[in-house]
Design a protein around this ligand. Structure first.
Ligand code: GLU
Length: 412
């Protein structure tokens, strides 16, 4: 099953619990609009290079499509379709008035200079500009894109329109309509849903052993957030280096080294291991924060955690889900556990529309409320329907909201 087939499979599991008819399920599965673009970028050495990009809008039943833009060598149409589908369910599960969208450009940003990256970002926005806007489809950061890139993209789109459209994209720098708390939002949302789950399951975060795979924005900030609550971060890994230290990683130092050198290689303490090896360590909370499919049939059996919190999109394959369920490992699914980012993106868009900006405390308080509410809704549906796991319950909560809107609009 590839990533897109997996997303469809998860939706079908949920619609079975809800007993939807075939036509409704079909309408829920199919992406509403998909665009493939080819565009050229002038490289620093004078060559012209062709790049391929995508923007997919899975649904807009609940509101404009919403979701990030990924720059990565592995980006392809199926991946963007899968990610846009997951965004519909992610937004619905938290109760945001959005559908799901996602974009991507097949490229390796690590091989581009800053000016090449800027030209590529602007060219991509020109190529997709017909189908996005603050009313139609609102992009944001995703893997290997960041606030600086969002600033360029907002500027390019605003230039095309002839006026400043801050609400066209979220995750922007604060100076151009960004929101307080957006950079840490994904990690913060993950912390809130983990807290909500741990309260129900009787697991204490203070003193809990935590393993984090993936050390980008979400993973590194999650490490400091959990450490601040007294958790013991025993293993971390980025794409090249794993670090294991049962005494606890010095998160502040690790984050400093990662920020300064772009890697964990020079972290001076603990034991260096292969990134994939850190999945096997016995822990209370395992946080996959890297990429889809990293926990699969080959390594799920080795996992020795009480609870796995998916901060990445789609890190656990269905086969691995089955293995973890047999081992009684609880999984908090991506569409819930990684929803903090898009939730604060929503707050950013609301602030842009009002032209009135909130304090960091206000953003955090609102985020906490929404994440707890979403967890409790999922928990309740899981109890009521007696369904197998939190993933199917989360997809069912989201599907109910999307299908209700589809019904009320006369689509099904
Ligand atoms: N890329 C993030 C995600 O997958 C954030 C999307 C957004 O803020 O719109 O949830």
């Amino acid at each position: 099953m590839n990533f897109y087939e997996t997303a469809l499979y998860q939706i079908k599991r949920a619609t079975k619990v809800l007993g939807y008819d075939e036509a409704t399920v079909e309408a829920l599965l199919a992406p509403k609009r998909a665009l493939e673009v080819n565009f050229t970028v002038k490289m620093d050495d004078g060559r012209v290079k062709l790049f391929k990009g995508y923007r997919v809008q899975h649904t807009d039943a609940l509101g404009p499509a919403k979701g990030g833009i990924r720059f990565h060598p592995s980006v392809d149409f199926d991946e963007v379709k899968a990610l846009s589908t997951l965004m519909s369910f992610k937004c619905a599960v938290v109760g945001l008035p959005y559908g799901g969208g996602k974009g991507g450009v097949k490229c390796n940003p690590k091989e581009l200079s800053e000016s090449e990256l800027e030209r590529l970002s602007r060219a991509y926005i020109r190529a997709i500009s017909q189908i996005v806007s603050s009313e139609k489809d609102i992009p944001a950061p995703d893997v290997y894109t960041n606030p600086k890139i969002m600033g360029w993209m907002m500027d390019e789109f605003s230039t095309l329109k002839g006026y400043n459209d801050f609400g066209f994209i979220t995750g922007k720098p604060l100076s151009v309509g960004g929101s307080e708390g957006r950079v840490s939002a994904t990690a913060r949302g993950c912390l809130f849903v983990t807290k909500a789950a741990c309260e129900k399951l009787g697991i204490a975060i203070h003193g809990a052993k935590v393993v984090i795979h993936g050390y980008g924005n979400a993973g590194s900030i999650a490490a400091s957030q959990f450490a601040a609550l007294g958790a013991n971060i025993i293993a971390i890994a980025d794409s090249k280096t794993g670090v294991y230290d049962p005494q606890g990683i010095d998160v502040e130092l690790a984050n400093k080294i990662k920020a300064e050198t772009g890697s964990l290689e020079n972290y001076p303490h603990g034991e260096k291991v292969a990134p994939g090896d850190i999945f096997k360590y016995e822990c209370d909370i395992l946080i996959p924060a890297s990429f889809e499919g990293v926990i699969n049939g080959n390594n799920a059996e080795d996992i020795n955690a009480k609870i796995v919190v998916e901060v990445a999109n789609g890190p656990i394959t269905p086969e691995a889900d089955g293995i973890l369920a047999k081992k009684n490992v609880i999984v908090l699914p991506d569409i819930l556990a990684s929803a903090g980012g898009v939730t604060v993106s929503y707050f950013e868009w609301v602030q842009n529309r009002m032209g009135y900006y909130w304090s960091p405390e206000e953003v955090d308080e609102k985020l906490e409320k929404l994440m707890y509410k979403a967890f409790n809704e999922i928990y309740q549906l899981k109890q009521e329907t007696n369904c197998e796991d939190f993933r199917v319950a989360a997809f069912a909560v989201a599907a109910k909201k999307i299908v209700q809107a589809m019904k009320d609009r006369g689509w099904v």
